[in-house]
Write a protein that binds this ligand. Structure first.
Ligand code: SF4
Length: 349
């Protein structure tokens, strides 16, 4: 059994040098009392990215999806949900609202919906950029050419979670998709100059601590600029509806270790974490997170973006990712609200 002194040394080394091997990561992920990891991550967060929490205004503009990811309520074959697409004018109306309340980044998210032509998306991006707002896209796998056009139109960042770097598990949960293409997309985005966000879904059936450690090694290897890590929450009318959900403690360990290996990146306390655990945002902010993504979409659509249950209550002002609630929460934690676009300020090479 590994001694407490060895754990202390391992965390000290990680805090100072931000390097660790897979076996050591597994040891830390398995720790019964992870408080030392959390405290180290909090110190590193403060040292490298400060007390600011950046708000990224999320607009979920279409819940159509042609994919069939086993864990997701928006998967194409789920006929039980009502589908919607926002008009470009509606999207811009939400962006203007976001700008009026001081948001500096908008995240445009959708299922993989081929209805929106790249030229339409480019026009929307160009309009948003006129407001001096950073644009993050989270619209799935596209061709290199499409990514290039969206970048040319002004997109700054792209979120594409790998979900798991275990190829076998990835293939099992994503019928019709390919792990190689997922990685190709991330490499393209990096090459094209996007700030690249990826991340893991924690608690997938069959996922092990070794696989999660491998995810962290992958994030370090590709030098991810953003990492979104959340618990798997089983969703009704999906193949995984009866599975057990992800464990909050493991998510927090993953967040903290992400901060320790990539000290200067942007790490959200995810909505899924806050849905799974009422104190999820606060716990995330204390374990290395420096970003939250309030939903600034239109209420009638928010209810229909059912990635997993519990995300949107009947009264959207009670939603965990309601902007006003999030602002209060950040200030209650003696953290400040970021005023700039919150790009990664790369400190380490
Ligand atoms: S996870 Fe994304 S790509 Fe997969 S089914 Fe859901 S919306 Fe579609």
């Amino acid at each position: 059994m590994i001694k407490e002194k060895d754990i202390e040394e391992l965390i000290e080394k990680l805090e100072a040098h931000h390097n660790i091997d897979k076996e050591e990561l597994v040891t830390l992920l398995a720790l019964e009392d992870p408080s030392m990891i959390y405290q180290a991550a909090d110190r590193v967060r403060k040292k490298y990215v400060g007390d600011e929490v950046h708000l990224r205004g999320l607009i979920e503009f279409s819940n159509y999806c042609s994919n069939t990811c086993f864990y997701c309520g928006l998967r194409g074959p789920n006929r039980t949900i009502k589908r919607y697409r926002m008009e470009p004018e509606e999207i811009l109306q939400c962006v203007k609202y976001g700008a009026s309340v001081g948001l500096k980044t908008i995240v445009l998210q959708s299922g993989e919906d081929k209805y929106f032509k790249i030229i339409t998306l480019c026009k929307i991006i160009e309009e948003i950029k006129k407001l001096d707002i950073a644009v993050t896209l989270s619209i799935g796998e596209l061709s290199t050419k499409d990514y290039a056009e969206l970048k040319k139109a002004g997109a700054d960042r792209y979120l594409l979670r790998i979900e798991t770097t275990n190829k076998e598990l990835y293939q099992k949960l994503h019928p019709g998709m390919s792990y190689e293409n997922r990685v190709r997309c991330l490499m393209d985005l990096r090459e094209l100059g996007y700030e690249v966000g990826t991340g893991s879904l924690v608690g997938l059936p069959g996922q092990t601590l070794e696989m999660l450690a491998q995810d962290l090694i992958f994030f370090k290897k590709i030098d991810a600029d953003m990492l979104g890590i959340g618990p798997f929450i089983p969703c009704e009318n999906t193949p995984l509806e009866r599975e057990k959900g992800g464990n909050v403690e493991i998510v927090l360990k993953m967040l903290a270790l992400s901060r320790l290996i990539l000290p200067d990146i942007n790490i959200p306390a995810t909505t899924a974490l806050a849905v799974k655990d009422k104190a999820g945002y606060i716990k995330g902010l204390k374990c290395g997170a420096n970003v939250i993504m309030p939903n600034i979409g239109i209420d009638e659509y928010k209810k229909l973006y059912k990635l997993y249950p519990g995300k949107v209550p009947d009264n959207p002002s009670e939603a965990v990712n309601n902007l006003e609630n999030i602002k209060k929460l950040i200030l209650s934690q003696n953290r400040t609200i970021g005023k700039d676009k919150g790009y990664r300020k790369k400190i380490l090479n």
